[in-house]
Write a protein that binds this ligand. Structure first.
Ligand code: SAM
Length: 274
């Protein structure tokens, strides 16, 4: 009982931190041309985009519906998957992030970030000319079926009528679970909660930071996060009935100066739900 109350308090404290999250600052800190150098081969974003490209084009990930958990205000993560799935559902805890995504979807201006360099980069990975980015943007706008609220700390993270009874064919989640969890137990529980949204035999693609204890989600908004390592991620996956296909690790180059968080690296997981 005491333990349950403690867990609830930890999760509530995280939710309170997120009230200061500012999509424009988060995008500027992490995905603006000044921060995300897509030309530099050893920088993080090309690595992430390559992991996603490979995962979606290996031939084993298929179906109708891809669900992205904790999309935040970002779109890079579904730029490969949108070519494989006819329906993509974006989700986030915060209305400000869902609004940022809607702005892009409606294509009427007012977006905090121009995603063109990311679209061009993924086109190149697919062997298409960078100029094909407009087709990719149209495809993405066509397949995004909705942008809805999610809470990974609830046993039922999405509203009941959002998904078909069978569940999603593939779940994607980037930098969400460790950023939304006060401790490892909450991270593991959240992994189990989102797993209920996935059909048996469906794939999980999970990207997260390693060893990160905070990041800035807005001007002066320091969000405490749970630092995890590879072994803990693997144990959490096992505990929740996933079979690991592959875990890849990106280690930050020594000369890469971190201004907005203290991560030591990033993991990419491809797993399948038993
Ligand atoms: N996926 C994006 C990316 O790749 O940059 C955003 C990641 S951001 C570090 C963490 C995200 O987790 C935020 O968008 C935040 O709104 C979301 N979040 C916070 N608490 C959450 C919760 N309880 N359930 C689901 N998402 C949550």
């Amino acid at each position: 009982m005491m333990e349950e109350k403690g867990a609830e308090n930890g999760v509530a404290a995280m939710a309170a931190c997120y009230q200061g999250f500012d999509p424009a600052t988060y995008l500027q800190n992490n995905y603006s041309p000044q921060q995300a150098d897509l030309e530099r081969k050893d920088s993080l974003d090309p690595w992430t985009l390559a992991c996603l490209h490979r995962a979606f084009t290996e031939g084993d990930v298929s179906g109708e519906l891809l669900v992205d958990i904790g999309s935040g205000p970002t779109l890079y993560q579904v730029m490969s998957g949108c070519e494989v799935f006819n329906k993509v559902l974006l989700t986030d805890f915060l209305e400000v992030n869902r609004q940022e995504l809607r702005s892009w979807l409606q294509d009427e201006g007012g977006c905090s970030l121009d995603w063109t360099p990311f679209l061009q980069h993924v086109c190149k990975l697919e062997g298409r000319p960078p100029s094909a980015w407009t087709e990719k943007a149209s495809r993405l706008r066509q397949v995004i079926m909705d942008i809805v609220h999610v809470d990974v700390h609830r046993p039922q993270p999405l509203a009941l009528d959002v998904l078909p009874a069978a569940g999603a064919d593939c779940l994607l989640s980037c930098y969400c679970l460790e950023s939304a969890s006060p401790d490892l137990a909450a991270f593991t529980r959240a992994l189990g909660n989102i797993g209920r949204l996935l059909r048996p035999g469906g794939h999980l693609l999970l990207i997260g930071t390693l060893g990160m204890s905070y990041y800035f989600g807005g001007p002066g908004v320091k969000i405490p996060t749970v630092p995890v390592n590879e072994a803990q991620v693997c144990a959490s996956l096992k505990e929740n009935g996933y079979t690991l296909i592959r875990l890849e690790v990106y280690t930050l180059p020594q000369d890469m100066n971190l201004k907005f968080d203290d991560e030591s690296g990033v993991f990419f997981v491809k797993a399948i739900k038993k």
